[in-house]
Each structure stands twice: as structure tokens, then as C-alpha cells.
Design a protein around this ligand. Structure first.
Ligand SMILES: [Zn+2]
Length: 334
């Protein structure tokens, strides 16, 4: 007898697909706010995977990844259970904001509590209704506002299965990233769930390449864990993923306007000029020098800086040239 699968008080039987609106809170005017969750349960047993997006409400590429993923015919052939949560932070999403109405960051509020603040309650609800029901998870993010991220996986690679899934996702760069306190990743790992974090593009935008790589990556992970037949999603030609364990931000040496001479995916050497900062009436230009060798995996998209502002995010690799070649196949925005 298959185990009863329950989300938001609803029972989902083998072979059933249901959208469940999980009640989150009442707004000031008593409007009820729900978190929509779609559960696709196969007749055949298998892994239980959640895919979530917009934990930071303004990071919307993942919302589109989930929408496109569900349109794929192959989703009808899954084994096990797929739970998608396109908008976790429903408050932030409607306000085009990263945060909750009390300015709390949901991804610093896990595992949360039933009696806590709004953020804490939402985190607790996501943990008990979604994470606890699953064996694996993919959580999707983007850069912050005015910050573009190369499509990349961030995961704790000490765990062998997490490492295998990170490489299977199929984006060129995988960051071995330490857990942040009170993040979803930390809370899920404590519950012995295998979880990946996908980052791509920037907040409040649809970045086409980041969305496409996200859809492909989810399908590849689903194949890898046995939800979909092997090779349901063919790997790209020459596809390879490279691991970076150290990243560093190159910061503005001066306040002013910025002209960049490097873009995402470019390799840089320590001491190399990556851009210039200057004042609006200034003849003098201050060079921005990289203090690290590696590959640019993220950058600021706004040409205004204060001294010390982060401009380029550089990841270090044993062979930057190979990583650069792998990234060149992507059609990036910056
Ligand atoms: Zn985020």
C-alpha cells in the first residue's frame, strides 16, 4: 500500500496531480494569502523532488523555469513525486521585493517556527509541508537587483550525492559553497535531504539563458535520481562542469561612474585591469585591478559605485581557460 501523500491538508493519491493552495497568512485587510503548490504523483514509486523559486520574492527566473518545465511532455512520464513551488515568498513577489513585509529575509529564517514572525512561520510551513515530504530539492535564485549571475550551482560538495547531482545539472560552474546560517539549504541538509541551489541571471528580469539552463538542469537532475529515464535530456555536446572552492569580489577603488572592460565568463589575472572608475567632470580614470586570478561569474549591472562596492565576482579554478571555453557556449546578457 503506497504511503499517503499529504500537502496542505490535501491527500494526493498515486497517479494524481493536484494544485494545493497552502494558507500562509491574512493581510491587514483580511485578504487571505496562499502559497500555490503543484504536486504530480506518479503511479510508480520513486524519489520525491521539490523545485522551489522566489524565496527571495524579486528573483523571478525560477518562476519561469518551473512554468516551462511543467509544459514538457516528459513530465507525464515521471516516477515518484514532483512538488513545485514557483513562488515561496508570495509577499515579496507581489511587492517586487526580496524581503517579507517586516524586511526579514526568508532565506535567513529557516527552519522557522509555528509561533514566530511572518518569515519564521512561512519558513516553518515550507519545511513541514514541502521539505519534509521530499527526498531531494532544487531551490532557484538569481543575483540581487542590479547584479547578474552566471548560471551556476551552489552546493555543499562534501556530500557525495550532492556533488554528483551538482555536476549532473549541467552548468559550467559549480561553487562548493559553505552553508549560510538559517538558510533553507542548511535546514534541509540537517533533515538529510539532498539539496542544490541554482543561481542564474538577475532580480526582476527574465534572463533567457538562465531560464533555459535551469529547465535543462532540472530535467538532468530528475534523470540522475531516477525520476525520468536515463538520457531523457541529452547532455550538451562537450558539456563539463568545473568546481570552484574560492570566490572573491573585486571592489571599487574609488566612488564614481564605472566603465567595465570585462564581462561575465571572461578570465582575469591577478593585477589585470577589469574596468575604470571616474567622476562626471573628471579627466582622471582610476583603474579597477583584479586582486585575484579566475573567471568572472557575476557582476554589478549598474555603472554607479561607492568606494568599496562589489563590482566583479571572480571564482578561482585550477584551469581558468577551460572554464572560459565552457562558458563561451552560453548566450549571456552581460
Ligand atoms: Zn536569492
Amino acid at each position: 500500500m503506497p504511503k499517503i501523500f499529504k500537502v496542505g491538508g490535501e491527500r494526493i493519491l498515486p497517479g494524481e496531480t493536484k494544485i494545493v493552495n497552502i494558507h500562509i497568512a491574512s493581510l491587514y485587510d483580511y485578504t487571505e494569502l496562499n502559497m500555490p503548490v503543484k504536486v504530480i504523483r506518479s503511479k510508480e514509486p520513486g524519489p520525491k523532488l521539490f523545485i522551489s523559486a522566489a524565496i527571495h520574492g524579486d528573483e523571478i527566473n525560477g518562476v519561469e523555469v518551473i512554468r516551462r518545465l511543467l509544459k514538457k511532455k516528459v513530465i507525464k512520464k515521471i516516477k515518484g513525486t514532483l512538488i513545485v513551488v514557483p513562488i515561496v515568498n508570495v509577499f515579496g513577489f507581489n511587492n517586487k521585493s526580496r524581503y517579507l513585509p517586516d524586511r526579514r529575509d526568508l532565506n535567513r529564517s529557516f527552519p522557522g517556527s509555528k509561533e514566530g514572525s511572518l518569515a519564521s512561520r512561512l519558513a516553518h510551513c515550507f519545511m513541514t509541508e514541502v521539505v519534509a515530504n521530499c527526498t531531494h530539492g532544487i531551490d532557484m535564485h538569481t543575483g540581487a537587483q542590479n547584479r547578474y549571475n552566471l548560471p551556476q550551482i551552489r552546493a555543499c560538495l562534501d556530500d557525495q550525492q550532492t556533488k554528483e547531482l551538482s555536476l549532473a545539472f549541467g552548468v559550467p560552474v559549480v561553487l562548493d559553497s559553505k552553508l549560510r546560517d538559517s538558510s533553507l539549504r542548511e535546514a534541509a541538509l540537517k533533515k538529510k535531504k539532498t539539496i542544490l541551489l541554482y543561481e542564474g541571471g538577475e532580480a526582476l528580469r527574465f534572463n533567457e539563458e538562465a531560464i533555459r539552463r535551469g529547465v535543462d538542469g532540472c530535467l538532468r537532475v530528475m534523470s540522475k535520481i531516477g525520476m525520468l529515464p536515463e538520457n531523457a535530456e541529452k547532455p550538451q555536446k562537450g558539456h563539463l562542469a568545473y568546481i570552484s572552492r574560492v570566490t572573491k569580489w573585486v571592489r571599487a577603488p574609488h566612488s564614481g561612474l564605472v566603465r567595465m572592460v570585462k564581462k561575465t565568463g571572461d578570465s582575469v589575472r591577478e593585477g589585470e585591469k577589469v574596468g575604470f572608475v571616474y567622476g562626471p567632470l573628471d579627466r582622471q580614470e582610476y583603474p579597477i585591478l583584479s586582486d585575484v586570478s579566475g573567471v568572472i561569474i557575476g557582476l554589478s549591472t549598474i555603472p554607479l559605485v561607492n568606494q568599496g562596492d562589489a563590482i566583479f565576482h571572480v571564482a578561482t579554478f585550477t584551469d581558468s581557460a577551460k572554464v572560459k571555453r565552457a562558458i563561451e557556449r552560453l548566450d549571456l546578457d552581460y
